[in-house]
Design a protein around this ligand. Sequence first.
Ligand code: CP
Length: 330
Amino acid sequence: MKNFITTQAWSRSELQDILDFASELKTNPFQPLLQNKSVAMLFFNPSLRTKTSFEVGISELSGTAVILQPGKDAWPIEFKENIVMDGQSEEHVKEVAQVLSSYCDCIAIRAFPQFKNWSEDRTDHVINSFAKYSSVPVVNMETIEHPCQELAHILTLQEHYGDLQGKDYLLTWTYHPKPLNTAVANSSLLIASKFGMNVKLLCPSEDYLLDERYMNAASKNCLKEDTSFSVTHDIEAAYTGADIVYAKSWGSLVHYGNLDAELDSRSGFKHFIVDEKKMSLTNNAVFSHCLPLRRNIKATDGVMDSDYCLAVKEAANRKHTQKSMLTKIL
Ligand code: CP
């Protein structure tokens, strides 16, 4: 049994197999590969793309998707061990995971961090608790990583460029009025480094560096691929010569749980917006973003409406890559 919680647990060639089969599914989308299979999808947070692409994709493969929102249309769940459950939660993940395992062939989880204490949130305890007590594969639909987005991102880049080995990949922080999850940024470092690109992280200051787990993993992946991993706070140097620009906003881990300090910190960094002037410094780069995206805050209309913007193609590839991944693990 293999979970899909982090791409770090998968080799580059295993991931490439998923991508190759996703391309086949793109040309032949309706196949009964998940007939008599069901997937429980638990959403602790909102979603447009993930929910729709999984539900439609599973249906296209003749499977059944069950969508649950704990605390809304399903009972609130407790995750702490050995606790007297006299709060809001009505049942424990131990029972939830076992019961869903008895009905379904896979449990997929979206559980964002709580934005209070990073040392707790970095344990990713919600999905790891499901993985501990489930007897069926567990899939990450975004927690502190977003591996499904990674698959779609790489497929989209491969469709544009073919081989990605040695390409110059820029992950840039962008402004957003509130601190967001680091998951897509963490994932961007993991997958770009795994697929042999020279990876550059651009962020406003050291306060916006990502967790050392992901920085170290990127360095290690790059070492293995004989490529480079670097960090810069210099916008012009970062964009110059890039082949790929991937943008994401995230909250500072230094100010984690302290909203006032975070808002003070980021207010001076609105100029990190992705615009045509910055893109003109690149090597004719493509631009992408996981979406949702606030126009003219994270990227200008000119960038979003350009031929080089792959964000919608990447979102569309979520469905094909997830279908392929589910077929592999089930
Ligand atoms: N990119 C992404 O996961 O989109 P949703 O939050 O809409 O699912």
